[in-house]
Design a protein around this ligand. Structure first.
Ligand code: B1M
Length: 210
């Protein structure tokens, strides 16, 4: 049985290589990828967030934890993604302009890929016009916007406005998510959907594709 607490503590300590080893070991022992994610890594990141807020952890330390988490996602990805899957549709995903948080967004991208969607992950700090460009280029059905800062949430509305201005809004559904985003906010800015976590993002995309 994998030691979830140890995995969590190693993530919080930002020990990148140790964490990769522990996660690999847990997988080799038969622990499921989503179990590791939900029972060790996500709770670990929550502790990091609390400590950051209380001033008990500083940016360089938080970055090490983030790096460690991203490293494990690389290990978990093939286990969450089927080798062969027919595309169920195309989704463009990115973190909005001014926002550099990408762990949650990458998790959503991974979950969508695992459900068979073709995902174009644009990265972080993506300006409204870059989303417009991506929709044009890839002819996607859904655009998923992530924001982790209250100060960057308005970029979601700006992205929707840019899509309208370019005449593309009728072709795509915009969905939003990220810790400070709410269902109410999504409605206010005219997004077609809101997902509180990666699992519900999958369900939401599925419901919008049909
Ligand atoms: Co930042 N940070 N950070 N940070 N950081 C938060 C978000 C914060 C809540 C911490 C705190 O004070 N408690 C706070 C925001 C306060 C606010 O505005 N409400 C904050 C702050 C203030 C900042 C800086 C301003 C700090 C500073 O410089 N003074 C700065 C801003 C930089 C910038 O973006 N311009 C900053 C910087 C950073 C780091 C770079 C150090 C690092 C990010 C590294 C990286 O991402 N590569 C970082 C981190 C790691 C965090 C915390 C600790 C963890 C975020 C995370 O990865 N969580 C975070 C505190 C917290 O959230 N507990 C915090 C794990 C991840 C799996 O969850 O991203 O919520 P999450 O994603 C979930 C859902 O939200 C949802 O699904 C995911 C999986 O279930 N979801 C979507 C996310 N995107 C979605 C898109 C969808 C659907 C669902 O599309 C439809």
């Amino acid at each position: 049985m994998a030691d979830m607490q140890k995995i969590s503590d190693t993530l919080i300590a930002g020990k990148v290589e140790d964490l990769k080893k522990l996660v690999q070991q847990a997988i080799d022992e038969g622990t499921g990828a989503s179990e590791i994610l939900n029972q060790a890594l996500m709770p670990g990141m929550d502790v990091v967030g609390e400590r950051m807020e209380n001033g008990d952890m500083f940016i360089p330390e938080v970055l090490m934890s983030a790096k460690a988490m991203s490293g494990t996602l690389e290990i978990l990805k093939p286990l969450l993604t089927p080798e062969e899957s027919k595309s169920a549709g195309k989704v463009i995903i990115g973190t909005v302009k001014g926002d550099l948080h990408d762990i949650g967004k990458n998790l959503v991208a991974m979950m969508l890929e695992s459900a068979g969607y073709e995902v174009v992950n644009r990265g972080v700090d993506i300006a409204p016009e870059s989303f417009v460009e991506a929709v044009k280029k890839h002819e996607a059905q859904v655009v998923a916007l992530s924001a982790l800062l209250t100060t960057t949430m308005p970029q979601m509305q700006k992205t929707i406005a840019a899509l309208k201005e370019s005449g593309l809004k009728d072709q795509v559904k915009v969905i939003v998510g990220g810790a400070p985003v709410t269902e109410k906010y999504a409605k206010e800015i005219g997004a077609e959907g809101y997902a509180p976590d990666a699992g519900s993002a999958n369900k939401l995309v599925k419901s919008l594709m049909h």
